[in-house]
Design a protein around this ligand. Sequence first.
Ligand code: ZN
Length: 294
Amino acid sequence: MGRRARSPLLAALLALAALLAPQSVWAAASLRLEFIDVGQGDAALVTSPTGKTVLIDGGPRKSSAALLTFLTRHTHGPLDLILLTHRHEDHLGGLAVAVNEIGARQFIDAPISHSGRAYAALLRVLEARGVIVRQATRGRQIDLGGGVTMTLVGPPDPPIVDSRSDVNANSVVVRVTYGKFAALFTGDAEAPTEAWLLASGADLGASVLKVPHHGSRYASGVRFLRAVHARIAIISAGAENDYGHPAPQTLERLARSGATVYRTDLEGDVALETDGQEIQVQTARGRQQTLQVP
Ligand SMILES: [Zn+2]
């Protein structure tokens, strides 16, 4: 897929999205985290106070249009960074369209190879658009401006092997900090990754947790949740998905951990804004919450 003219339908869609774009809803000096409803998959947009944008995963290909509409409304110019947590289709399928239509400066790739047409197509688009591709390495820190730092606390090093899914187990795990605020993005990590993170000595504390692996029962163990101690937990999953995500026992563990749970399958896009002291949550279906960063 090279660069090509937009179809009339897409052009109309983008024009409509621009027309509907909210006018300065967000305060200037705030960090925004937006969990995009891409059905069964993950996609989250991080926007720093200085306007730097990071897309963490891009949902499945069949939700490309929803992702593109969201990005058109919420970004200006190319994405500064796309970070892929792991090479599964429900996390990367929508990225080729996003790179083609929105553009990106840099791409941080997931560590474990996984053959698939979607990934091959994405690589072709990244190359065609001249996007800088880097490998995810544990410990890398990225300055997003305005006091926001993104730290790669994973992938596990050395890689986890012989797990239920080594592609999932070696997900890139990212902690974004701003003042007292932190958010932890965990890709599709499961119990072995959680154990590795706990043993790594990394600071896992976070007000906001992107719940690992769509709320799978094989993730979000009690010890891990205790270490993170999140006040808000976001589950990105598709309505009535085939995997039974999120699992009832995971929802129970999250409730017992004291976190308020938000789900994209029930509430659509979930947006958070913080100045480092206070967090405001707003969902597409109108649920709101304001809380102090502990
Ligand atoms: Zn997934």
